[in-house]
Design a binder for this molecule. Structure first.
Ligand SMILES: Nc1ncnc2c1ncn2[C@@H]1O[C@H](COP(=O)(O)OP(=O)(O)OP(=O)(O)O)[C@@H](O)[C@H]1O
Ligand SMILES: [Mg+2]
Length: 339
């Protein structure tokens, strides 16, 4: 059995690719008993408890905000999920991990150590845009610029790739979840109604758009009145939500200027032809490709299976060891002192 796996360690979900398919896709959350620091459960099981737990149980997203913020919880999660998919492996797996950009060395170590602790034979790290490009089947081996845009839950990454490497990149901590936060803020300000993150995301998925709809669309939203704490409901239209979303999307677009300003003009010139390839769950917001095109004047297309692209590319990168020039490296076990 080929014992290679690729892990996309996202702020929202952890995906593992191996044996030419997605082996696991679970929310990257932990349910923790804060009285005794005991982990109750992880992944999907923990996510299903969200909003329904007593005070002593907290549902934690250790990777939230796009960086690994909790060493112990992250180690635990990575270890648990690798073991979950590799329990029957006879040969120790080679593990490639895609970590969020902006991560610190300490945080990175949590993931690497956890992979070695879960019996990885070798551990590799890959940058998200490189993984996204491989997963999307984009050829960046030529001397031609290719632009990748990944909008996840917590981070947006843009990178210009060429000749198997990264020419320039940039990232911001405004992404898919920022839309939900903006919706919740708007609903509270305009209607005096407090809604949770699950409801805010539902509004985005049901009536969210950046390019508009031809037909009227409204949604009934239930929450708690900010004035008397009692249950209340309101009706919202796509038009008002679209204005809120557009504001956030415009902030996300600023990520392009940093990545493109520092890039060689010849490669940027290629982009008129090759376009922007979009990956990550955030790009599924209705009309996002059109929005990107209008804002940067470069045609944008959403990759097939955008949510799984990074995991697929991370797994496939292990077939390209030696070929990839940048954004991919092997890391040695904890006691070797190498990061
Ligand atoms: N159909 C959809 N329309 C709009 N947004 C969506 C859709 N599906 C998923 N999303 C959003 O995508 C985001 C999660 O994307 P993804 O799974 O790529 O994140 P991640 O890889 O865990 O995060 P990151 O890359 O930032 O670490 C969430 O904000 C979610 O609401
Ligand atoms: Mg991601």
């Amino acid at each position: 059995m080929i014992a290679d796996i690729g892990i996309d360690l996202g702020t929202r979900s952890i995906l593992i690719y191996g044996r030419r398919k997605i082996l696991l896709n679970e929310p990257s959350v932990v349910a923790l008993d804060v009285y005794n620091n005991e982990v109750i459960c992880l992944g999907r099981e923990a996510e299903e408890m969200r909003g329904k737990t007593p005070d002593r149980i907290k549902i934690i997203r250790p990777l939230s905000g796009g960086v690994i913020s909790d060493y112990t919880m992250t180690s635990l999660m990575v270890n648990y999920f690798i073991r979950k998919v590799c329990y029957s492996y006879i040969i120790k797996p080679r593990v490639a991990i895609c970590v969020p950009s902006g991560i610190t060395n300490v945080e990175l170590r949590a993931a690497i150590n956890a992979a070695y602790a879960a019996e990885a034979r070798k551990v590799f790290l890959i940058d998200e845009p490189v993984a996204a490009a491989i997963g999307a089947g984009v050829d960046f081996s030529k001397a031609k610029g290719v632009l990748m845009l990944d909008i996840g839950g917590g981070t947006t990454d843009v990178a210009l790739l060429s000749m198997d490497g990264i020419i320039s990149k940039s990232s911001v901590k405004i992404a898919g979840d920022s839309f939900d936060e903006a919706i919740a803020k708007y609903i509270q300000k305009k209607y005096n109604l407090i809604i949770g993150e699950v409801t805010a995301e539902k509004i985005k998925l049901e009536i969210g758009t950046l390019s508009g709809f031809d037909t009227p669309r409204t949604m009934t939203v239930k929450g708690r009145s900010a004035s008397n704490g009692l249950p209340a409901k309101i009706e919202v239209s796509w038009q008002e939500i679209s204005a809120v979303l557009t504001d956030v999307a415009e902030q996300i677009m600023e990520v392009f200027s940093t990545a493109l300003e520092s890039a060689p003009p010849e490669l940027v010139g290629d982009l008129k032809e090759s376009g922007v390839v979009m990956t990550g769950g955030g790009v599924l917001l209705h009309g996002f490709d059109r929005f990107v095109h209008e804002h940067i004047g470069i045609a944008a297309k959403i990759a097939p299976r955008p949510i799984e692209c990074v995991a697929i590319g991370t797994g496939k990168s292990l077939d390209m060891v030696g070929e990839l020039k940048a954004g991919f490296k092997e890391v040695l076990p904890p006691d070797s002192g190498n990061v």
